[in-house]
Design a protein around this ligand. Structure first.
Ligand SMILES: Nc1ncnc2c1ncn2[C@@H]1O[C@H](COP(=O)(O)OP(=O)(O)OP(=O)(O)O)[C@@H](O)[C@H]1O
Ligand SMILES: [Mg+2]
Length: 277
């Protein structure tokens, strides 16, 4: 069993033990998991399934949708991310950037598909960039509500969300919200996340969040995540902006790393055997 598998199992055991009383006698992993697993799967299966148009794979850069060599850059990012989250007991991961257009939503979608191949893990991807339909537009999904509506109790999460396979759920925005900063900083958002974790027991929650320097939308929210990945766009984001954004982020949460996205030219030392990203 490789180190990642061991870490996944350790994290799942830790998660389950948080939700169940400690057994007096050592129990087998099978005994620990079976009742919990079936209860979880029931609620996951109430979420309607997402249908992805295969044409989006090239149009919207959903490179990791089908796995294989094309998915390698995002699979590597997924694995590096999991090594940190699982070893540190982190669950809530935000994707952010200094300014818009660095590829947060595209990365969130691709990480979701990469994570869906990690069958032992359950992932929820939430679009908290509430001013636009970002992730819904990339996945070409339509609907009536937004995550703000879910938080405000206008629609239950299981009716609004969409499920990919048995282990990934998307919470998208089908309309924009007028006051996202206030909603993201509200007590209701904190309670919504606590309830989501209690009901769905995800191993990872990925948040697509607004750019740090474009508004204060996510500043109040980021203290509620365990860590954040900062995305920068090669040849677009300046070093100064990366530096300022990283310092701002570090005051709010753990900075997991900086991803230099959209690299056209990359040397072997920083790319991977199959290609670059
Ligand atoms: N790795 C990449 N290489 C080249 N282009 C990319 C890459 N990732 C994303 N893009 C392109 O960059 C543009 C912006 O991507 P995306 O919408 O994911 O960014 P974003 O950070 O979510 O932007 P916003 O802050 O406006 O929501 C899109 O046209 C997308 O296809
Ligand atoms: Mg976006």
């Amino acid at each position: 069993m490789d180190r990642l598998q061991q870490a996944i199992q350790k994290a799942r055991r830790a998660r389950d033990s948080r939700q169940q009383p400690q057994p007096l006698q050592p129990v087998t992993e099978e005994q620990l998991h079976v009742p919990q697993e079936s209860a979880d799967e029931d609620i996951w299966l109430t979420v309607p399934e997402i249908v992805i148009d295969p044409g989006l794979i090239s149009r919207k850069r959903l490179m990791s949708f089908n796995g294989g060599a094309d998915a390698t850059p995002y699979d590597m990012l997924r694995t590096k991310m999991l090594q940190q989250t699982l070893s540190k007991g982190w669950r809530r991961v935000a994707l952010t950037s200094p300014y818009s257009g660095c590829g947060k939503s595209t990365a969130a979608a691709n990480l979701a598909f990469s994570l869906s191949r990690q069958e032992d893990l359950r992932t929820i991807v939430i679009d908290f960039d509430m001013r636009r339909r970002g992730l819904a537009e990339i996945l070409k999904q339509t609907g009536n509500y937004s995550m703000a509506d879910v938080i405000q109790g206008k629609v239950p999460f299981h009716e609004h969300a969409l499920r990919h396979g048995n282990n990934v759920i998307f919470g998208l925005n089908f309309s924009s919200t007028r006051n996202p900063a206030e909603i993201l900083q509200s007590r209701r958002t904190i309670e919504f996340l606590e309830q989501l974790e209690a009901e769905y027991k995800p191993d990872v929650i990925l948040f697509d969040t607004p750019p740090l320097m474009a508004s204060d939308d996510s500043h109040g929210f980021l203290k509620n995540v365990d860590c954040a990945l900062l995305l920068a766009a090669a040849e677009e984001t300046s070093i100064d902006h990366i530096d300022i954004a990283e310092r701002q982020l570090a005051e709010l949460t753990n900075v997991m790393g900086i991803v230099l996205n959209k690299c056209r030219y990359i040397s072997g030392a920083f790319g991977n055997e199959y290609g670059t990203y």
